[in-house]
Write a protein that binds this ligand. Structure first.
Ligand code: GTP
Ligand code: K
Ligand code: MG
Length: 464
């Protein structure tokens, strides 16, 4: 990190067709206060200092100011400004904010005025958050949570991001590191003072500590809810050709996302739509009808359908009420290796032309539906939300794992702990335990790896 003063527009860039009502420009760095004075006090820039007392508003208080071109003195806008004195700011540095009118000329004029000061540069993506990390305002899991909060599309995603931003994962991972470091200290004592009168059975005690830590991490790895919530619950619509799978996808998406036709074998590719299902983010996939066929392209479609059905978190089996759907259902649910009656759902479609008796079949509930008229849709949505809840709802317990990056580090940690538990010598066990702690430290950033930081912060938008 250099000692420069950075600036960026924090709100979306206004365009001709979409100007904003307001725009916020932020500055962070040692000269943020100078910049604010020079942009708001006439002739201060040419003098090189402020003549007014106080030229700066009191820290953390909004003040109405005229925004000026520091060189020509031309008025650019009138807006609210705030100054944050280091270290009491988001980045931990001196910061200034300009709350402007949101038109293009105002925003571009102000950005150009800041550039004219000659001591500020445009921020890189994520640079504000990175500076906050460098000044220990947050750890990496919290920085990632900010990106998640900005990207959150549903209420449940927002809640999870907020919990992580509050440090729920940070605390959990730091607690594990503390446990591991304590065990390591015990091991190192055994190495350094092998013949001193250490309590007998210390090896067993350390073994118990490591085993406990390992099982906590393993349980955390088992829990997929956090990742599902970040990425969206994957639901696959599957079933025989012409059952109305694409019609159902379109009904749920409320648009003609997939082609519907009376020709069996219409859908070949997997077609995805993103939905908000009562707060749960969902990726709903329409797939090719499952049947034996000699058409090679359709065969590929069926292969993709089966792969998606296998990989999905939840399956929605759509059957055609005008056919022998009971036999079809028994066959498909028995054949499907991943059919799980606790959350997978059977829909019997086209009940507008062939009403059915909705009693459970072989103890499996079926949902009667007409994708054409929409009857049965409210019941299906209730079932879907219930299933999504079962798969994603978070208990009151530990916060869930949310990212592949964390998962990979924790898998590495568990492998190292396993090696430590089976190490033939105390010194080797200590080395593996150290590796496990480094892997966990990488998640929070306690163990710094600069290339990793570059990758994490690059994904942010400019101005964050
Ligand atoms: N009467 C009636 N017809 C329906 C209903 N839903 C779909 N259809 C008709 O059934 C035919 C097949 O619908 P699709 O949605 O293309 O069925 P699909 O399961 O996606 O078919 P494939 O992609 O070929 O496997 C079309 O002619 C639809 O208009 C319904 O609820 N009632
Ligand atoms: K069809
Ligand atoms: Mg289709």
């Amino acid at each position: 990190m250099d000692g420069s003063t950075i600036y960026a527009l924090g709100t979306p860039a206004p365009t001709l067709v979409r100007p904003g009502a307001l725009a916020v420009i932020r500055l962070s760095g040692p000269r943020a206060a100078d910049a604010l004075v020079f942009l708001t006090e006439r002739r201060a820039f040419e003098r090189g200092y402020s003549a007014r007392d106080p030229a700066l508003p009191p820290p953390r208080h909004m003040a109405l100011r005229t925004i000026l071109d520091p060189v020509t003195g031309e008025v650019i806008d009138r807006g609210l400004v705030v100054w944050f004195e280091a270290p009491r700011s988001e980045t931990g540095e001196s910061m200034a904010e300009l709350h402007l009118h949101g038109g293009r000329a105002v925003v571009n004029g102000t950005l150009a005025a800041i550039q004219k000061l000659g001591f500020c540069r445009l921020a890189e993506p994520g640079e504000f958050t990175r500076r906050a990390f460098e000044h220990n305002k947050l750890d990496l899991t919290q920085a990632e949570a900010i990106a998640d909060l900005v990207a959150a599309e549903t209420d449940q995603q927002r809640r999870q991001a907020l919990q992580q931003m509050d440090g729920a994962l940070h605390r959990l991972y730091e607690e594990w590191r503390t446990l591991g470091l304590r065990a390591l200290a015990h091991l190192e004592a055994a190495i350094d003072f092998p013949d001193e009168d250490l309590p007998v059975g210390i090896a067993d005690e350390v073994r118990t500590e490591i085993t406990h830590l390992r099982s906590e991490i393993a349980a955390h790895l088992e829990d997929r809810r956090g990742e599902r919530l970040r990425e969206g619950l994957s639901i696959a619509i599957i079933g025989p050709p012409n059952a109305g799978k694409s019609s159902l996808l379109n009904l749920l998406a409320q648009r003609e996302a997939a082609i519907v036709s009376e020709t069996a074998g219409t859908t070949r590719d997997v077609i995805e739509v993103h939905l908000d299902l009562g707060g749960w983010p969902v990726v709903l996939a329409d797939t090719a009808g499952l049947r034996a066929t000699s058409d090679v392209i359709e065969q590929e479609g069926v292969r993709r359908a089966q792969a998606r059905a296998e990989a999905a978190d939840l399956r929605l089996l759509v059957l055609d009420a005008t056919t022998d759907w009971r036999a079809e259902m028994t066959e498909l649910t028995a054949r499907g290796t991943r059919w799980d009656p606790t959350h997978d759902i059977v829909v019997v479609n086209k009940v507008d032309v062939a009403p059915i008796d909705a009693a459970p079949v072989d103890a499996v509930d079926v949902v009667p539906l007409s994708a054409r008229s929409g009857s049965g849709l409210p019941e299906l949505l209730v079932r879907l939300q219930h299933s999504a809840g079962l798969l994603m709802e978070q208990g009151a317990g530990a916060p869930p794992l949310t990212r592949v990056r964390h998962r990979e580090a924790l898998i590495e940690a568990v492998a190292a702990l396993d090696r430590a538990l089976h190490a033939p010598e105390v010194a080797l066990a200590a080395e593996d335990l150290r590796l496990a702690m480094r892997a966990i430290g990488r998640i929070t950033g306690t163990v710094r790896i600069d290339e990793l930081l570059d990758v994490i912060f690059r994904d942010f938008c400019i101005g964050k």
